[in-house]
Design a protein around this ligand. Sequence first.
Ligand SMILES: Nc1ncnc2c1ncn2[C@@H]1O[C@H](COP(=O)(O)OP(=O)(O)OP(=O)(O)O)[C@@H](O)[C@H]1O
Length: 570
Amino acid sequence: MKDLLRLLGLFRPYAGWIVAGTALSIIVMLANIGLLALSGWFIAAMALSGLGNQMINYFTPAAGIRGLAILRFSGRYIERLVTHEATFRLLSQLRVWFYDHLEPLAPARLQYYRGGDLLSRIRADIDTLDNFYLRVLAPTIAAAISIALAIGFMALFSVHVALLNLAGLLLAGVGLPLLAQRLGRAPGAQAVQMRSELRSTVADTVRGMGELRIYQAGARQGERIAQLSGALITPQRRQAHINGLSTALTGLITQLSMWLAIIIAIPLVAQHHISGPVLAMIALFVLASFETISALPLAFQTLGETLAAARRIFEIVDTPPAVTEPDTDAATPAHFDLKLSGLRMRYADDAAWALDGIDLHVPAGDRLGIVGATGSGKSSLLNVLLRFWDYQDGDIRIGDTPLRALRGETVRGWCAVVAQQTHLFNTSIRQNLLLARPEATEEDLLNALRQAHIDDEIMAMPEGLDTFVGETGTRLSGGQARRVSIARALLKDAPILLLDEPTEGLDAASEHAVLEALETLMQGRTTVLITHRPQALRYVDDIVVMSGGRIIERGTSAELLESSAYLERF
Ligand SMILES: Nc1ncnc2c1ncn2[C@@H]1O[C@H](COP(=O)(O)OP(=O)(O)OP(=O)(O)O)[C@@H](O)[C@H]1O
């Protein structure tokens, strides 16, 4: 119930559209019932007048029938327009709303979710939420109002028939759907879960296609996907059975109600309470009134699936970000030097300290190299500086401003990052560069590429700046991708530069080219360079050595690099 109310709250901004769509579907339903009932009356009245040789005004009912028919199809057309427009508006807003909540969780809180699972929540679960309006909310409200009006109208002719009709409608429209919902809840939730699992596995498979081919594991992975897909059929089959049974029972109740209504109404004709044509009208009215509840079984069945999707969405939306942001930013510092004192950080309350009492000072414009064995805490330091993770003890200042007094967005705006795995989007080199500065001119882009020592190589490609880089930059060599990301960092023109193993995995020639590009990038910027490569360390002023989250050695680059024994350790 709590989830349902919360879901309703999400739809509140679209109340106008929802009311319009619902009102139109009520009009269509009532026009349909009216059409059938009036036609029944008209045909019976015409037949009786023929038998009794009586005059009858057939213009008015004929016009009424035509009017109702026009109202029915034009109403249906406008209703579809309105409900679809509302659906698309809702859908786009829901996605943006979800993304707004998702973004602050990256990367810290999202590391526990599989990529495909997140994708499934963004796409399929949001689509399922959208069913709530089209298949649950609108049909339920429309049915409730239409039933009240229809039964009120029937009571004008016969209270008994009205009560019988109401009982039939409640049984088919509420009793059956409730039963179907109970039965459909488990397979509904199961289907959502399994679809998400299937999507995650397919996404994983597509990403790992290369490895699967190398290890000839494609067939095994294919079998796994087939198994998951086969398993999904079981809850879907159960849902289909429930659906079919509920449709069949609805049909049965509809027919029974009509026949019982005729049986109740025949004595009324005999007692001259109603005329013969009204009997025909009553029978067809009862039959047609069941259209009001025709969408309810599906509505109740969909509700289980929708609520399961809503819970998965709310689970993410309710996750608190790893870093608590201040409402407003403190003043921008005059100098971008970095001061860390007594800094301690761990990823969970019961985890070991990833950073355990770090004291550091990088004056503005200076370059600090950090080395250390794997797991010594180097990347954790960058995670904290970038406000992706919070720290538990100690203090970090940019200039004189405490890091915690600054919003993450602001801090990240002052930092350019080049890492071993800087992500390039599957679009053109131009678009990848514009990410850093959307307003950059062609000349700015070429300048950045020149400074990153990659302009010649890119301009030699047939499509130059418009060359597509492929998924995660696979159409570029490792060194080229690294230099494109350096050009991007140059365009950003940020005062602080964070470099995480920027030359890792490159051969000597590529490393040299990347280091030349980095040399330009580092000019005048406060730089923290994490690296294992002795070549790279020649470009920094000071070096600290980390181990187990602590700084165990520090000195100038010249001092430490003199010791060859030291270099061999990392
Ligand atoms: N996202 C994370 N969640 C939980 N623990 C983490 C996370 N990232 C790092 N750790 C842990 O924190 C410690 C420090 O890891 P960190 O990645 O900072 O080391 P590193 O020196 O950068 O290592 P490498 O050179 O391999 O990148 C390790 O024990 C690691 O397991």
